[in-house]
Design a protein around this ligand. Structure first.
Ligand code: NAI
Ligand SMILES: O=C(O)[C@H](O)CS(=O)(=O)O
Length: 484
């Protein structure tokens, strides 16, 4: 059993309708710790009717929530954030238990997750409209921003808290209600956030957290006309499915999908900094993030020098139980994830790639994998074009700046990209040339609540965080009035 200071945070029911409930048919799903395979607890497998009831409840309370002032909503959001801060260590322990990431990363994610709540508590007070100069003496043109209404969010397992608050915070701040479906692998972080939202005084029905069969829940949340908005973070494959399912009811959509980030090291880079940045980007969450460096391009003239620095840092990383202080890399989320990484590596080696370090499981646990570096990558290898979602650094070599930009853009994805160079004319050329929503220049860590997070091409659309993020949860109304 998990040792929590506040055991009430491990909730094995769903936050639906007026409070906490099991599935109406008592069906449940086990949730396991990916490091040791032990069952942490169970969650309800809600029935179709249970889910339909949550939609009705969300719809019934939304207008009352929207009628509160922005300050009243902000005060409740700030109380929620205060409670999250007060329970941060328990929430980190819970996250590491269900997701596997190192406890240091879980603590970091709780701070990151909470930053969205505090940010949007304030942004909700700045949802301004316009008064447009009259086109005729008797006409007045006024622009109002109003909440979009009832929202749904479907989130992935790799950031079990931040992906929840990055959607719930702007939704609530704008006056919307939200139904959240967390990943079945990592539901407890979302449910614990629900416990604290309830304690903060956020009224029943404003936030609901549902668990169960993904496709069953998805069918209802995408098909019900009372839901005006869906925000999804996850794979491009599932994003396409949900987008199609939302078409009949023409929902407003935000899609934060898969990535295939290039990481370019030019010959004028600070190689020590570039290696540090690559470690941070590539091995965060055991490489299971959509913004991880996925293809590493090193300019030919500095390849050997850079690899010497980088490989030494990779070999110093500690693989183990994320619950232990000092561990850098926890387990992969499940057996499928492990087998995908192994298959990509085997295909690459079979086609001529050179394994420099790692490439095998770590004895720490069944799902632990050693940080890996492979070189001599060719475009016929699956690893050259697929999102790895594991602790594997694939090294490509390039000669010219034009070649690097062309190669970096040769993908259906367009979420995050990175390059290291101290030449600022080059920085302008590369930044303008890369087809991505996010550019990291001389840094491997780009995520913050103050900047817009999102992609282009088949990494999706919409922006989360920043002053832009609130726009995903409002509609713009034009009032034309003849005052004669
Ligand atoms: N662009 C971004 O910000 C992010 C993208 N991702 C991408 O997500 C993938 C890894 O996360 P996963 O959780 O494995 O992705 P996934 O796409 O399989 O699942 C994401 C969520 O969708 C749900 N889901 C799956 N099929 C569904 C269906 N038919 N109807 C309704 N819901 C469904 C899952 O239960 C989960 O809650 C990677 O491709 C990664 O790049 C993950 C996090 C952030
Ligand atoms: O799920 C992810 O990969 C996150 O969106 C990346 S980040 O925002 O935590 O950097």
């Amino acid at each position: 059993m998990l040792k929590l200071s506040n055991p009430d945070l491990l909730k094995q029911q769903c936050l639906i309708k007026d409070g906490w409930h099991d599935s109406s048919n008592a069906a449940s799903i086990d949730v396991t710790n990916p490091f040791n395979g032990k069952i942490i607890g169970t969650i309800p497998s809600l029935t179709e009717q249970d889910i339909k009831d949550t939609v009705a409840y969300s719809h019934a309370v939304q207008q009352e929530w929207a009628a509160k002032t922005a300050q009243e909503r902000a005060d409740l959001l700030q109380k929620w954030a205060d409670l999250i801060d007060a329970n941060k260590e328990d929430l980190a322990i819970l996250m590491t238990a269900e997701q596997g990431k190192p406890i240091s990363e879980s603590r970091g994610e709780m701070g990151y997750a909470n930053s969205f709540i505090r940010w949007f508590a304030e942004e909700g007070k700045r949802i301004y409209g316009d008064v447009i100069p009259a086109t005729k003496a008797q006409l007045r043109h006024v622009i109002l921003k109003q909440p979009v209404g009832v929202c749904a969010a479907i989130t992935p397992w790799n950031f079990p808290a931040a992906m929840i608050t990055r959607k719930a915070a702007p939704a609530l701040a704008a006056g919307c209600t939200i139904i959240i479906k967390p990943a079945t692998e990592t539901p407890f972080s979302a449910l614990a956030l629900g416990v604290l939202a309830e304690q903060a005084g956020i009224p029943a029905g404003v936030i609901q957290v549902v668990t169960g069969k993904s496709s069953v829940i998805g069918d209802i949340l995408t098909g019900d006309a009372r839901i005006q908005k869906l925000s999804f973070t996850g794979s491009t494959e599932v994003g396409r499915t949900l987008m199609a399912q939302c078409a009949p009811t023409v929902k407003k959509l935000s899609l934060e999908l898969g990535g295939n980030a290039p990481f370019i090291v030019f010959d004028d880079a600070n190689l020590e900094k570039a290696a540090e940045g690559l470690i941070a980007s590539k091995f965060r969450n055991a490489g299971q993030t959509c913004v991880c460096a996925n293809r590493i391009y090193v300019q030919a003239s500095i390849k050997e020098q850079f690899l010497d620095i980088f490989v030494k840092k990779v070999q110093a990383l500690k693989v183990g139980n994320g619950a232990n202080e000092g561990v850098d890399i926890g387990p992969l989320i499940n057996q499928d994830a492990l087998e995908k990484v192994q298959a990509l590596l085997q295909d690459a080696v079979d086609k001529g790639a050179k394994l420099v370090t790692g490439g095998d499981k770590n004895k720490a646990s069944e799902l632990s994998f050693n940080p890996t570096v492979i070189t001599d990558i060719s475009l016929d290898m699956d690893i050259a074009s697929e999102e790895i979602f594991g602790p594997v650094a694939t090294i490509f070599v390039f000669e010219t700046e034009e070649e690097a930009i062309r190669a970096a853009n040769d993908t259906i994805y367009g979420l995050a990209s990175y390059f290291y160079s101290r030449d600022f004319a080059r920085a302008w050329r590369v930044t303008e040339g890369l087809e991505y929503g996010i550019i990291g220049h001389n840094t491997g860590l780009i995520s913050t609540e103050v900047a817009p997070f999102g992609g282009v091409k088949q990494s999706g659309f919409g922006r989360e965080g920043s002053k832009y993020g609130i726009e995903e949860y409002v509609v713009t109304k034009y009032w034309c009035s003849d005052i004669s």
